[in-house]
Design a protein around this ligand. Structure first.
Ligand SMILES: [Zn+2]
Length: 303
């Protein structure tokens, strides 16, 4: 049975999955990122997990491995350039050594891109060639597909679209230097920070009871910031489906999505692409499933 392995490397955990050719998950495994001290420990842990997963899938022949890694990383060289959340792997090339240890091809992508591939596989849509994914978590990340291919800029660099303007100014400056980037307005960090410092409560409580003008403005800024962000993505990249993912998905689904859809309905067809905004379905598994799909697509030269 031909299979593909996906590895999702995050700041706290490494998640692995084994998928068959029909994208069916055969087995999964996890280990803690804290347990990795350098490349050798990573190779040992991956090898151990792969053997364990194959034991649950008799007859599995693993043809390739896909890795999704929290950025920044260089996709062309496979080198992790992330001292912030992956200090133990910073400066380490993950592709060639894993390929040499396992004896099969290894491909790497930014984790927003692998999550995007995973979520696209779970979409109930026939017209899914042009899509975008916005990860709303501690920070904000974006991934774009155009004509079924992942968008990237030359040089193996994943564009940091989470630090582009969402049209709402904060009185606090983001570490990127701007006051109006998506991350500074829409991330979980920003939304919780602002609700706490302005109102001494959670953002959920503000949306539940916006009983002052300042609270109404807070809610409006989040809705309008997300509206500006999704329509910018759909306007530039022709994204017909935009997937909201990440740790804040539940918050956005409950409090923001309905208001956002009302605003999208006012767009003029023919001038603007009218995006359909949906929420992620695979949750924390989208990265590892998408990484295995990446492995298959790269292996078959489809991206
Ligand atoms: Zn920023």
């Amino acid at each position: 049975m031909r299979c593909f392995c996906g590895i999702d490397i995050g700041g706290t955990g490494v998640k692995l999955a084994l998928l068959d050719e029909n994208k069916t998950v055969l087995s999964m495994d996890d280990f803690s990122t804290d347990s990795i001290h350098g490349l050798d420990a990573f190779l040992e842990a991956v090898s151990f997990s792969l053997t364990k997963m194959k034991s649950y899938a008799p007859g599995a022949e693993v043809l390739a491995v896909g890795i999704g890694c929290t950025g920044p990383l260089n996709i062309e060289t496979g080198v992790v350039e992330n001292p912030y959340t992956l200090p133990e792997l910073e400066g380490v090339c993950l592709t060639a050594p894993v390929q040499s240890a396992l004896g099969i091809p290894v491909y790497i992508e930014n984790d927003a891109n692998t999550a995007h591939l995973g979520e696209v596989s779970a979409l109930d849509a026939s017209d899914s060639g042009d899509t975008a994914l916005i990860t709303l978590g501690t920070g904000v990340g974006c991934s774009v597909r155009i004509g079924y291919r992942l968008f990237s800029v030359p040089g193996g660099i994943h564009p940091e679209m989470g630090h582009t303007s969402c049209g709402i100014d904060s009185d606090i400056r983001c570490y990127c230097g701007k006051v109006n980037c998506m991350e500074n307005i829409l991330s979980g960090t920003a939304v919780n920070r602002d609700a706490d410092r302005f109102f001494g409560c959670t953002p959920e409580e503000v949306f539940e009871n916006p009983d002052t003008d300042a609270k109404k403005r807070f809610c409006e800024n989040i809705v309008h910031g997300l509206f500006n962000s999704v329509t910018t993505l759909s306007g530039i990249f022709n994204s017909r489906i935009i997937i909201l993912a990440g740790g804040m998905t539940v918050f956005y689904n409950k409090y923001v999505l309905g208001k956002l859809e009302n605003r999208i309905e006012m767009l003029e067809p023919g001038i603007s692409v009218i995006p359909e905004v949906v929420t992620a379905k695979l949750g924390k598994d989208s990265g590892r499933i998408g990484a295995a799909i990446l492995a298959r697509m790269k292996f078959e030269n489809r991206i």
